[in-house]
Design a protein around this ligand. Structure first.
Ligand code: GDP
Ligand code: IMO
Ligand code: MG
Length: 420
């Protein structure tokens, strides 16, 4: 009844497209972690939608879209997204926001930039959307929840927080923020969002009782997880399987399928280790062929080969039941394809991933090579129709991960997907 879609690498695996497909048969699509650091794109009839907060499932008109308690919300971005949906003929009356989700405020965004400046060469390369500082406040217990945002307490809570943050801005020589200006703007946002805010946990439990189908939509990805990713080069939440329960209130026993999304190669945005990164012309070629520029920040994505050491870690950690692999069309445009099957570390073969930075920085990929040149696969609607070289690549990944690749992406469009 409850299925989950998760990123298995460093994000941008094409989760949006897979969620759009899977939510066709769903009653609810739920975001459980992260905020508008995410960018999930879906192409419908040549039109590109990019969702940062609203669950991608909303494009299926019968789906109720939920922003769970684990999400952090920039109200301005959310209102823009709601308006964009309406302009494109979609209603937003099937959107529900958890009363326990936390609010991103201008001081979080300022702090995100300031902290990156202070880190200097050890910067993380964040999206500067205020995500880390908002989660810090949540855990420090000075955060403002959606239920506070729409209550009479908002003014007091905000005033205290702005005063406290201004002490920090002043100490570091940064411009202080004006409480009155922020309050004036944000109380208008609160009015607009109030009708959407409710107890989404009870709503989901009622849905489970009624045997309705729920799809939990992961943002970010396994290797960006605050606990299990390449710390400190990670995001500030748990995009892995545990985040589903803490970010929605759905107990683990209800979770059924866990779909791990990958690309036929890999990419990363921001700083941090990346064993199979290609810093050469092949990496540049993949970036151009796959249009690998950030959906949120437009930054060029670092590109490399698919890494099965990392993938097997993601499968193990999340209990991934099936894989979805996008961009088979992109990788098939190369003459030769490499697949990382193990690392060499200190002269030893290593098949287990370890997030220790020294380990990752000193590991060298061990590759198997495959023939590319798949030709045009955009018309292929089944595995059987795929060229032999593509099949060999897919089969080997399944063999080495012991996991079925249930969905294969053959292009960016909604229909460009092979289902097995
Ligand atoms: P997400 O954050 O995981 O949802 O992924 P993004 O939307 O940030 O990045 C994935 C990009 O790949 C988007 O531009 C998609 O339109 C595109 N895409 C997804 N699947 C495929 C595919 O199978 N082939 C091609 N060529 N593009 C794809
Ligand atoms: P989707 O859902 C790719 C990366 C940032 C940075 C690090 C921390 O589209 O896959 P943050 O702003 O979260 O504090 O930045 O995490 N990052 C992502 N990279 N896809 C994403 O989301 C990401 N969300 C955060 O680039 O390295
Ligand atoms: Mg993305």
């Amino acid at each position: 009844m409850v299925d989950v879609v998760l990123g298995a690498f460093y994000g941008d695996e094409g989760k949006g497209k897979i969620i759009d497909y899977l939510s066709k048969n769903c009653d609810y699509a739920v975001r459980f972690s992260g905020g508008n650091n995410a960018g999930h794109s879906i192409e419908v009839d040549g039109k590109k939608f990019a969702f940062h907060l609203i669950p991608s499932g909303i494009l299926n008109k019968n789906v109720k879209a939920i922003l769970g308690n684990g999400v952090v919300i920039d109200p301005k971005v959310l209102i823009d997204e709601i308006n964009n949906l309406k302009e494109n003929g979609y209603k937003a009356d099937n959107l529900y926001i958890s009363d326990k989700a936390h609010l991103i405020l201008p001081y979080h965004i300022e702090l995100d930039g300031m902290l990156e400046d202070i880190r200097k060469e050890r910067k993380i390369g964040t999206t500067k959307r205020g995500i880390g500082p908002c989660y810090s406040d949540k855990f420090e217990r000075s955060g403002i929840r959606m239920e506070d945002f729409i209550s009479d307490n908002f003014k007091d809570y905000l005033k205290t927080n702005v005063e406290n943050k201004n002490i920090i801005f002043k100490a570091y020589g940064y411009k202080e923020l004006d409480f009155n200006e922020i309050y004036k703007e944000y109380k208008e946002y609160a009015k607009i969002l109030k009708p959407y805010i409710c107890d989404t946990t009870t709503m989901l439990h009622k849905a489970i009782k009624n045997n309705e189908n729920i799809l939990c939509e992961g943002a970010q990805a396994t290797l960006l997880d605050i606990d299990f990713g390449t710390y400190p080069y990670v995001t500030s939440s748990n995009p892995t399987i545990g985040g589903v329960s803490t970010g929605t209130g759905i107990g683990a026993k209800y979770i059924n399928e866990v779909y791990g999304v990958i690309k036929a190669y890999s990419s990363r945005v921001g700083e941090g280790p990346y064993v199979t990164e290609l810093k050469d012309e092949i990496g540049d070629k993949i970036r151009e062929l796959g249009h690998e520029y950030g959906t949120t920040t437009k930054r060029p994505r670092r590109c490399g080969w698919l890494d099965l050491v990392a993938l097997n870690y993601a499968i193990m950690l999340n209990g991934i039941t099936d894989l979805a692999m996008n961009h088979l069309d992109t990788i098939g445009k190369l003459d030769k394809i490499k697949l990382c099957v193990a690392y060499e570390n200190n002269g030893k073969r290593e098949e287990y991933f370890n997030t220790n930075l020294e380990f990752l920085n000193s590991s060298k990929p061990i590759y198997e090579e495959f023939e590319g040149n798949f030709g045009d696969i955009s018309k292929c609607k089944s595995y059987d129709e795929l060229p032999i070289n593509a099949k060999k690549y897919i089969d080997r990944i399944e063999q080495l991960t012991n996991t079925k690749i249930k969905f294969i992406g053959t292009g960016p469009g909604r229909e460009d997907i092979i289902i097995r």
